[in-house]
Ligand binder design. Structure first.
Ligand code: ZN
Length: 312
């Protein structure tokens, strides 16, 4: 008789986004056991931590899980994270600075808590369980309401000494160009994010309420929408080629709400057109296989990594 395999460890996971809060449980194999998603509550970080804790307790009861027997809770945060000390250094959307979010979450849930930047968490999840499984050198790009990036180099997350590495959304790609939320002009985020796409569409007279609508109208042949969608692919593709030329990447992975509508073949063509390598060496541009759950899985991974005392 085969000895029974020990049960897989389970972690509580929180994906704290600028507009949405996703809560769930993730096992060591990267499976999301149950999750829910709702609008990020108004109020301060303590309200967010409390809402997450309440929802975790509800889902745990439904799954028959003893919440307090788990090893911990991992959370992604929408900003600059000091993972070592569990401090959210700066959240641009909320305007929060130096929030001890790990401690707040730990107090609310009753478990040890760990935090990481949301984009970095996606890259870690992708490297462990997704299309970049085992890949040592790749760039993850989130194309959503904003645009963010995370770098894995030589098998490790590379954040840079000030945790500013991978900020592809603020690469200046259109000069002169529209203003960006960072205070500069012509950033990739200002011309190709969901927010930028919607702004450009409304300016051109299209009746749309989301970035997705613009892609749908382009597919239907509306020339104004086609022009915007073309420009989005050109600008993102060029930014990816700059990254490829700078870093000699094995792969580029895109994720996020807007990325679902992007055509990876068109991005690939831009990379091939501008990358300095031979076509057969140019990094493939691939869509995440973890889809919208990449960040939640990454949040769970934080707990398992801390348990094994791995650096993240
Ligand atoms: Zn910017």
């Amino acid at each position: 008789m085969q000895p029974e395999a020990p049960p897989l460890a389970i972690a509580a996971a929180v994906d704290f986004g600028g507009t949405k809060l996703a809560i769930g449980f993730v096992d060591e194999a990267g499976r999301v056991l149950a999750s829910t998603r709702f609008a990020t509550p108004d109020g301060g970080p303590a309200e967010v931590a409390r809402a997450a804790a309440d929802e975790l307790a509800t889902i745990a009861a439904r799954l028959g899980l003893d919440l307090l027997s788990l090893a911990g809770v991992g959370a992604t945060v929408p900003g600059l994270a000091d993972t070592e000390n569990g401090v959210l250094r700066f959240a641009p959307t909320q305007g929060w600075r130096d929030v001890p979010f790990a401690q707040m979450l730990s107090d609310a849930v009753g478990l040890p808590a760990f935090i990481a930047n949301d984009v970095n968490a996606c890259a870690l999840a992708e490297q462990r369980f997704g299309v970049a499984k085992g890949c040592a050198n790749f760039l993850w790009v989130t194309v959503s309401t904003g645009i963010g990036g995370a770098l894995v180099l030589n098998g490790r997350l590379f954040e840079g000494p000030r945790a500013l590495a991978g900020e592809i959304g603020h690469m200046a790609v259109a000069i002169p160009g529209p203003p960006c939320g960072c205070g500069r002009d012509g950033c990739l985020q200002a011309v190709a994010s969901g927010t930028a796409i919607l702004k450009a569409a409304i300016k051109s007279g299209l009746e749309v309420s989301s970035g997705r609508d613009v892609f749908d109208k382009a597919l239907a042949g509306d020339t104004r929408a086609v022009e915007i969608v073309d420009s989005v692919h050109v600008h993102i593709g060029r930014a990816l080629s700059h990254a490829a030329n700078l870093l000699d990447l094995d792969m580029i992975v895109i994720g996020g709400g807007v990325a679902e509508s992007l055509d990876t073949r068109r991005l690939q063509r831009e990379v091939l057109a501008h990358a300095i390598t031979l076509p057969e060496h140019a990094p493939p541009v691939l869509r995440t296989t973890l889809r919208a759950e990449a960040a939640l899985i990454g949040a769970g991974l934080l707990v398992f990594s801390k348990q094994r005392r791995e650096a993240i």
